[in-house]
Each structure stands twice: as structure tokens, then as C-alpha cells.
Design a protein around this ligand. Structure first.
Ligand code: GTP
Ligand code: MG
Length: 215
């Protein structure tokens, strides 16, 4: 048991070193790096599709992380945005080393904002810094209001929490005020957005928040 803890610390220590290297590369190139995390299907790729179109004035690039398939990269690529797909082959999160390999295929000097979509998972990605400047948790109305309380590590690290799929509110028994209150309870400072990627509601506000933090 003690041995296991020691090994984990070693792995995470090495990850932090690589994350610091990634951060140096972002800063040297003047790139704002933004990670999107959240449950499978919460709408991370949908939010990216909307956001990169809303931020046309910015030169965006995307790194996609998935356990299998390049389906998300294909969706982003169809918008004419440079995209790299990382397939983790079963690993439930990206780590800084994977992102470092992906970065070798990104033209950083010609990018203002780099989005990194992590593997859909509300647990594992919380432990691995990728060197990003901002972390955005994408939650959705269909997940229920209690996820910040049940998966606090992920929400605690967030700079912003996006509550997506608000177009489904008439059909889903979820209390949005309570959802916001539960986010606040674990993270009093995160900015909270309510979006619908099908109607476009809230996309402008979220894009403006990102633009204000751009380099
Ligand atoms: N009604 C509704 N559906 C949405 C919204 N956003 C995304 N969806 C749908 O939800 C499903 C999942 O969306 P994705 O963007 O693939 O979700 P994801 O978080 O990227 O999923 P993974 O990458 O597999 O973790 C798709 O069928 C989307 O069309 C929304 O705001 N409203
Ligand atoms: Mg996705």
C-alpha cells in the first residue's frame, strides 16, 4: 500500500515537470491554453464547435483527447480549425506527456488560443495538470445538480463551470439554482455560465470571458 502511494507520487511529480514545460511553451508563444473537462457527453466538443466559431478573430487550435476514435477531431476539422487527436488507448485521462507529443504537431506561433479537450471523465483528469492556464468544467442539465458535491476535485480546480444543455430544462427535473449553489459550495470563485449548444444561448458570454483572458 505504502509502495503504491510512493509510485503515484513519482508519476505525478514527473507529470508536473512535463506540465511546467508545456506551460513554458505556451507562454513563449503567447498562447492561452484552455482545458475542457467533464462527463462523457456533457457537450465539450459541442461547446468547442460553437466557441471557435464565435472566436473567429482569434487563431484557435484544438487538441482532442479520447480513449478511442478521432470522431471529435473530425468534427473540429470540419470547421477548418487545426486539430490534433490524441488516442489514449484505454487511459482515462490525458497527461502532460501526451499533450507534449501533441504540441509537436501544433503550429504554436500561429495560434492565440489552444483548447485541449480531455477524455470524458469527472474523476481522473483532475489529478493531471497539462500546463494549461484555464480549466473549464462542462457539466450539463441531464447530469443532475449534485455533481459538484459528488466529484468536488474536478469542480474545485475550475476557473469556469459551464452548465450546458439548458434548452432541455423544460424536460429534465433539475434545479438550476441548486446546481449553481453546489458549484459555489465547492468553488466560490469559478465563473458560471449557462449554455445551450443547440440554441446558441450563453455562447457569446462564454466566448467573451475567454477573449478577455486571451494573450
Ligand atoms: N439538447 C442539447 N444537446 C446537446 C447540447 N450540447 C451537446 N449536445 C448533444 O450531446 C451529445 C454529446 O455532445 P458532445 O459534444 O459529443 O459531448 P462531449 O462532452 O464532447 O462527449 P465526449 O467527448 O464523448 O466526452 C451530442 O449528441 C450533442 O449533440 C446542448 O446544449 N443541448
Ligand atoms: Mg467530445
Amino acid at each position: 500500500m505504502v509502495e503504491t502511494i510512493r509510485i503515484e507520487q513519482k508519476i505525478l511529480g514527473r507529470n508536473d515537470e512535463l506540465a511546467a514545460q508545456n506551460r513554458s511553451r505556451f507562454d513563449a508563444a503567447g498562447v492561452l491554453a484552455v482545458t475542457l473537462v467533464g462527463s462523457p457527453g456533457s457537450g465539450k466538443t459541442a461547446l468547442l464547435e460553437q466557441t471557435v466559431q464565435s472566436l473567429r478573430a482569434f487563431r484557435a487550435a484544438v487538441i482532442e483527447g479520447d480513449i478511442e476514435t478521432d470522431r471529435d477531431a473530425q468534427r473540429i476539422g470540419r470547421l477548418g480549425i487545426p486539430v490534433v487527436q490524441i488516442v489514449t488507448n484505454g487511459t482515462c485521462h490525458l497527461n502532460a506527456g501526451m499533450v507534449q507529443k501533441g504540441l509537436d504537431r501544433v503550429d504554436l506561433p500561429n495560434v492565440n488560443v489552444l483548447f485541449i479537450e480531455n477524455v470524458g471523465n469527472l474523476v481522473c483528469p483532475a489529478a493531471y495538470s497539462l500546463g494549461e492556464h484555464l480549466r473549464v468544467v462542462v457539466a450539463s442539465t441531464t447530469e443532475g445538480e449534485d455533481k459538484p458535491l459528488k466529484y468536488p476535485a474536478m469542480f474545485r480546480q475550475a476557473d469556469a463551470v459551464v452548465i450546458n444543455k439548458v434548452d432541455l430544462l423544460p424536460y429534465v427535473p433539475v434545479n438550476l439554482a441548486e446546481a449553481r449553489e453546489f458549484v459555489r459550495r465547492v468553488n466560490p470563485t469559478a465563473d458560471i455560465f449557462e449554455t445551450s449548444c443547440t440554441t446558441g444561448a450563453g455562447i457569446e458570454e462564454f466566448s467573451r470571458w475567454l477573449a478577455d483572458r486571451g494573450r
